[in-house]
Design a protein around this ligand. Structure first.
Ligand SMILES: C[S@@+](CC[C@H](N)C(=O)[O-])C[C@H]1O[C@@H](n2cnc3c(N)ncnc32)[C@H](O)[C@@H]1O
Length: 171
């Protein structure tokens, strides 16, 4: 599946960095959420893994996604609604994340807002993956990221197109 479901580069990153706190913007049917959590719990006990997911949950309900995540034994919270509204509010109380996957709205306005809010949840080692960099709005958002503060690597994921990995520059 090119756009939905598990993404090997996310699971590789989770395994390598032993990620415990994962945020996904754009959950859809929760299959990628489940895949990321199942990867994380190969390294740490399920109750130490935290997953935070944001979506309208209009195609697939938060109950359905919650049932999938509940079976893994991880801690999770699902935020229902437009991320233009839900994310600015949530970042006030959420912990810093080890991995953030931005895969929600593809317009510049939404992608920009999702990135700007994700920045509040980055520690020095956080990896922020941005899906669908080929979309004009997403591409513009990625192009605007200041390279003096952030390292931005764009790579090609087979069948998916371009993905960006953003990390804080530290030194
Ligand atoms: C490409 S799908 C996500 C796929 C999922 N990350 C995966 O890998 O399987 C995009 C999702 O973003 C959600 N979405 C788009 N714009 C949004 C917005 N402004 N606020 C909340 N969710 C949004 C849609 O409801 C849809 O479920």
């Amino acid at each position: 599946m090119p756009w939905y479901g598990s993404h090997s580069y996310l699971n590789e990153y989770i395994s390598e960095k032993k990620c415990k706190k994962i945020l996904e913007i754009g959950v859809y049917n929760g299959e990628n959420a489940k895949s990321m959590v199942e990867t994380a719990i190969q390294n740490v006990p399920p109750q130490e893994v935290e997953y935070y997911g944001f979506d309208f949950f209009s195609y697939h309900s938060s109950d359905l996604v919650g049932r999938k995540l509940g079976k893994t034994g991880c801690k999770f919270r699902l935020f229902e609604g437009n991320t233009l509204d839900t994310l600015p509010e949530a970042v006030k109380t959420l912990p810093d994340m080890d991995l953030i996957f931005i895969d929600g709205g593809k317009s510049f306005a939404v992608a920009e807002s999702d990135w700007e809010n994700s920045k509040f949840l980055m520690h020095d080692g956080t990896g922020v993956f941005v899906h669908n960099v080929g979309f004009s709005g997403v591409r513009r958002m990625v192009e605007n990221i200041p390279r003096d503060k952030y390292q931005v690597k764009i790579f090609h994921a087979p069948s998916e197109g371009s993905v960006a990995l953003i990390k804080k520059k530290t030194n």
